[in-house]
Design a protein around this ligand. Structure first.
Ligand code: HXC
Length: 261
């Protein structure tokens, strides 16, 4: 509702992990401003309801089951996307996996699995999409998080992966800017009504987060999606290589408690 209805009409987007959560919200927001959208998920049941919703907005939409860890499967998704919606102007790398586990209890495979999905998956899809992005002077938006900005207990694997995603955003911005491709990151803090918050918090810890947050609450999916629309549109035509934190200022003041009265 903050953007012109035809802001991205005629454009095509691929959103990995777009069947659920934040990336479903981003996919719907893109469709809401006229963008054709392809979404991916490892699970077909995560795709079909969202593809139906996308199509109800009047845009072309497809869903592809695919694991971003598998470069061959990723190549197939790029081909399917181009076949169905004509190309890729916008790539949103949102596919992620996470769980809470202390480093001392985490297996090498547990650590590696999250790095493989979040970080290597972002690389795999970006690299496979590059030829299409070059053709259209496209945009890449990498979804990371805020847990890597501090020492987050139980999140060594996800923090390492997301810090890597942020570093990849900057490196690809430097390499791909000359092709006319903008690369940015979006780093949401805790977002209400998402699998991430359900997995990583308890009702009591959510209350603590709300108390700590300068804006006094969790983000909504729509707020993250609005920031994504900004970064994916020409409104951000000179915004490049940044990671935009969307957390109501939460990470800035985590655990700081200086008496003021
Ligand atoms: C410890 C665990 C574990 C857990 C899995 N592993 N879950 N270790 N605690 N809770 C270990 C396994 O034992 C195994 O290691 C290794 O990780 C791989 O597990 P698999 O189940 O075989 O992997 P896979 O089927 O590929 O599943 C990937 C997954 C899973 C990440 C582990 O949770 C998943 O599919 N998640 C997708 C949905 C999801 O996570 N959504 C939340 C995203 S939220 P061993 O050594 O036993 O072989 C998010 C936002 C973060 O990312 C930011 C929030 C603020």
């Amino acid at each position: 509702m903050y953007f012109q209805q035809d802001l991205l009409r005629g454009k095509s987007a691929l959103v990995t992990g777009g069947g659920t959560g934040i990336c479903r919200g981003i996919a719907l927001a893109l469709a809401g401003v006229g963008c054709d959208v392809a979404i991916t998920s490892r699970k077909r049941e995560h795709l079909e309801p969202t593809v139906d919703e996308l199509r109800r907005t009047g845009v072309r939409a497809i869903g592809a089951t695919s694991d971003v860890r598998d470069p061959a499967a990723v190549e197939a998704v790029i081909a399917d996307t181009v076949g169905a919606i004509g190309g890729i102007d916008i790539l949103v790398n949102g596919a992620a996996g996470n769980f809470v586990c202390l480093a001392e209890s985490l297996s090498a495979n547990g650590f590696g699995t999250v790095v493989d999905i979040d970080l290597k998956g972002t690389f795999n899809v970006s690299k496979a999409a590059l030829p299409e992005l070059k053709k259209r002077r496209g945009v890449v938006l990498n979804i990371s998080a805020t847990l890597q900005l501090l020492g987050t207990v139980g999140q060594s694997h996800a923090s390492a992966a997301k810090a890597g995603v942020d570093a990849l955003t900057r490196a690809l911005a430097a390499e791909w800017g000359p092709y006319g491709i903008r690369v940015n990151g979006l780093a949401p803090g805790p977002v209400g009504d998402t699998e991430g918050v359900r997995r990583l918090t308890t009702p009591a810890s959510r209350l603590k987060i709300e108390e700590q947050c300068p804006l006094g609450r969790l983000a909504t999916i729509d707020e993250v999606a609005s920031a994504a629309l900004f970064l994916c549109s020409d409104a951000a035509s000179f915004v490049h290589g940044v990671v935009l934190v969307i957390d109501g200022g939460l990470w800035l003041r985590s655990a700081r408690a200086i008496a003021t009265d």
